[in-house]
Design a protein around this ligand. Structure first.
Ligand code: ADP
Length: 295
């Protein structure tokens, strides 16, 4: 049984706009899954169905076998932690500590247990010294960590993050990616996030669902989906920059490789491999190889 099971879901807004059409996805415990799609693809609508902020017009959504229905919402929301795109939509308490305690207090957790859970969540999110600050006075990256801490405090099984790195500076983006990967690896929390950022998605996902106009176009491992270049480009998205560079080097006859890198780390392997090959390997920098062979 999949932890997150969305089956044949459609969603029509009150004004008649169909935002989702026959969407299905299954996500197992511990996975890191990206929903990749341009603006308006239906990603936020899909995410709001996962914790019952919206109810599917048709089809079913269940978490850990529990249908997302009104009578189950308390349990569903303790399993699914939602981190909104704009932290200001999520933070409304006057101090960081109160913000992180809020959800726990709604679950009637008090006293030492409350304090311990708040301290733990602040610590995991890397904002242990921020408890007395006002969320209003924090940077975008710090606000994102407060939102994350307030959700983590409830010990969710799944973290659902809508465009988690939008509006963060490059330093904030790499810190957040590192933090989310640690949370996934060490706390075994499943990650589902929406993004249209081709460079960021491979750093945080094992699998990708590609979405456009309310439909899932394709899904698979991150490499499989980015390997479908036509599908990516036809919906107005692009490949990761290193993949595009590799494509250009191949087209120009400078490099031959069977594995298209999606991240700088993967590119270093492919390019480093090619630069040190003396021939016969799968990755070849053409000029370098000719020199090596003739020398
Ligand atoms: P994404 O998160 O991929 O940008 P959304 O789920 O926000 O996409 O939106 C999907 C589609 O639904 C868009 O065409 C959007 O205009 C429409 N939509 C979103 N919210 C509403 C709403 N409250 N009423 C009507 N249409 C909406």
């Amino acid at each position: 049984m999949a932890l997150v099971d969305v089956k044949n879901v459609s969603y029509v807004y009150a004004d008649g706009h169909q935002a989702l059409e026959n969407v299905s996805l299954q996500i197992e415990k511990g996975e890191r899954v990206a929903v990749l799609g341009p603006n308006g693809a239906g990603k936020s609508t899909l995410f709001q169905l996962l914790n019952g902020l919206l109810q599917a017009t048709s089809g079913t959504v269940s978490i850990d076998g529990l249908p997302v229905e009104k009578k189950n919402l308390f349990q569903i929301r303790s399993k699914v932690g939602m981190v909104f795109q704009d932290s200001d939509d999520q933070l409304f308490n006057s101090s960081v500590r109160q913000e992180v305690a809020y959800g726990l207090m709604n679950m009637h957790i008090t006293g030492k247990e409350l304090e311990k859970a708040v301290d733990w969540a602040l610590d995991v999110a890397g904002i242990a010294g921020y408890g007395s600050k006002s969320p209003n006075n924090l940077s975008g990256g710090e606000k994102k960590r407060v939102a994350l801490a307030s959700v983590l405090a409830m010990k969710p099984e799944v973290l659902v993050l809508d465009e988690p790195t939008a509006a963060l500076d490059p330093h904030g983006v790499s810190n957040l990616i590192r933090l989310l990967n640690t949370i996934n690896k060490e706390l075994h929390i499943t990650l589902i996030f929406a993004s249209h950022d081709a460079d960021m998605v491979p750093l945080l996902s094992d699998r990708v669902y590609l979405m456009d106009s309310g439909k899932i176009l394709t899904y698979g491992t991150t490499s499989e989906v980015f390997g479908q270049k036509e599908n990516i480009r036809k919906i107005g998205l692009r490949l990761p920059r290193v993949a595009h560079l590799t494509e250009i080097l191949e087209r120009d006859g400078i490099l031959k490789t069977e594995s298209i890198p999606l991240t700088i780390g993967q590119a270093r392997k492919v390019f480093g491999n090619a630069a040190t090959l003396t021939g016969g390997g799968t990755d070849t920098i053409v000029g370098r190889n000719q020199n090596t062979q003739s020398g």
